[in-house]
Each structure stands twice: as C-alpha cells, then as structure tokens.
Design a protein around this ligand. Structure first.
Ligand SMILES: [Cu+2]
Length: 153
C-alpha cells in the first residue's frame, strides 16, 4: 500500500510540474497558510495576485486536499459568513490581495496536518480576457499558528 501511494503521489507531482509554465503575465506572491491545530482538516490560503492584462481566477485545486474552493468571508453582527466564489477578477496591473476583504482559497479535507515550514502546493486556473484557460502552480508557505484563529466550516 505504501508503495502504491507513493507511486501515485509521484505521478501527481509529475503531471503538475508539466502543466506549470503557462498563465503568462500572472504573478502570485506571499502565498501562505497557517499551521493547522490538532483535528483541524481545513485551511485558508492567502496570496497576492497581479496580472499584466485583465484576467480572473476561475478555479483552484491542491494535491494536499480533497477539495479546494475560492471563498469570501464577511462578518455581520459578529457572525462569520462564508460564500463560494465562482471567480476572482484580476484587473490589469492591479494587485489583488486574498486576505483583505476576506477572500481566500479554502482547502477542505487536508490529507495531512499543515506544519510550520511545509510547502503547500496549489494550482490556480486562470482565464484570460480572451477566454483562454491556463494554470498557475504555486507553493504556499505554512506559517505558525499564532495570530487570529483559523475558521472552521
Ligand atoms: Cu473559507
């Protein structure tokens, strides 16, 4: 079983690295997530995105999680509300911060806990203004658990 699992993980890694390159003109920096608390199986990932031309993030995935989604979060009357987003627009030349406004990447069903210093792989689907789709592979840095508490769903 161990061998089969490792073999599968290697295949996924190769496929992901082959689809890199692409997503011309879109830069992702400062990608990070908090280390998970014991028993926590979901995580929010934050990053800053800048596109040379009008584009949008239209999907997200991660080999480290069973499911990934684009989310927005708002507080109203002290209650945290989460909403799935179909897309995050990236206006030309403007840096979009996922974290301000509560927009984040949500990972659900983490395959293992996130520990400080880990690299967390993410694959973003980017749609250009010409409607073509490309993928952008990034690695988020796992930071310590200090700071505001991560939310649960
Ligand atoms: Cu969320």
């Amino acid at each position: 079983m161990t061998f089969r699992r490792n073999f599968f993980a290697t295949c996924v890694a190769i496929v992901l690295s082959m689809s890199t390159a692409a997503a011309q003109g879109v830069k992702a920096v400062n990608a990070w997530a908090r280390a998970t608390a014991p028993g926590q199986t979901n995580a929010s990932v934050y990053l800053d995105l800048t596109s040379d031309s009008n584009a949008a993030v239209v999907g997200v995935g991660s080999p480290a999680a069973g499911h990934a989604a684009l989310h927005s979060m708002t507080m109203s009357d002290g209650v945290m509300r989460m909403r799935a987003l179909a897309r995050i627009d990236l206006p030309a030349g403007k840096t979009v911060n996922l974290s301000q406004n509560g927009v984040h990447v949500m990972l659900v069903d983490l395959k293992k806990p996130l520990k400080q210093g880990d690299k967390l792989p993410l694959v973003l689907s980017i749609q250009s203004s010409g409607m073509s789709l490309t993928t952008l592979n990034i690695e988020a840095e796992v930071r310590g658990m200090d700071g505001s508490p991560s939310h649960q769903h």
